[in-house]
Design a protein around this ligand. Structure first.
Ligand code: ZN
Length: 184
């Protein structure tokens, strides 16, 4: 998820050459509409994937990233809302309550923000890289990023959370910009 705030500002820059920054897939890449598969074995590949996703998210910069956004339809998300990085493997949304409207963006729909109404509080559980069950929950930005990233694993982009009228306008604008750039 992209945020207008910059919660990672001030984070020391640590360059570890083993990590890789992946290109982020953008709308209308079909991988973004896929339902992601659960991770069956937490092995070295998954560990590497989590590291690379964090690196890609910080470089963007963003506050959350889901594996399909780098073209890998697996149930893995990483987040850092400014309180330190965490990841969830095979996450499940346990509970959502309340409602909160927040100007939300997505790294896969770059440079666009819309006020989107979602639950104000969310609690999600999943596995960490050691295979332990972990739970993350929170209000506002924390709840928002959990809902946004778990949506990605269902193939749902924030565009789907817009009202019909706003979505129609957004899609029209994006099409026009694409044409202006000479794309199809
Ligand atoms: Zn997103």
């Amino acid at each position: 998820m992209a945020s207008r705030r910059s919660p990672v500002a001030g984070r020391p820059l640590i360059f570890i050459p083993a990590m890789a920054i992946f290109p982020i897939r953008t709308y209308p890449d079909p991988v973004l509409r896929m339902v992601s598969n659960p991770v069956e074995h937490i092995d070295a590949d998954i560990r590497r994937l989590v590291e690379d996703m964090l690196e890609t998210m910080y470089a963007a910069p963003g506050v959350g990233l889901a594996a399909p956004q780098i073209g890998i339809p697996l149930q893995v998300v990483v987040c850092d809302i400014g309180e330190g990085p965490f990841h969830l493997i095979n996450p499940i949304m346990e509970a959502t309550t309340g409602s909160w409207t927040y100007e939300e963006g997505c790294l896969s729909v770059p440079d666009r923000y819309w006020p989107i109404k979602r639950s104000g509080h969310a609690r999600a559980c999943g596995l960490d890289l050691d295979g332990r069950e972990v739970t993350y929950e929170g209000d506002e930005l924390m709840g928002r990023v959990l809902q946004h990233e778990l949506d990605h694993l269902e193939g749902t982009l924030l565009l789907k959370r817009l009202t019909r009228r706003v979505r129609k306008e957004a899609l029209r604008e994006m099409r026009e910009e694409e044409l202006a750039r000479g794309g199809l």
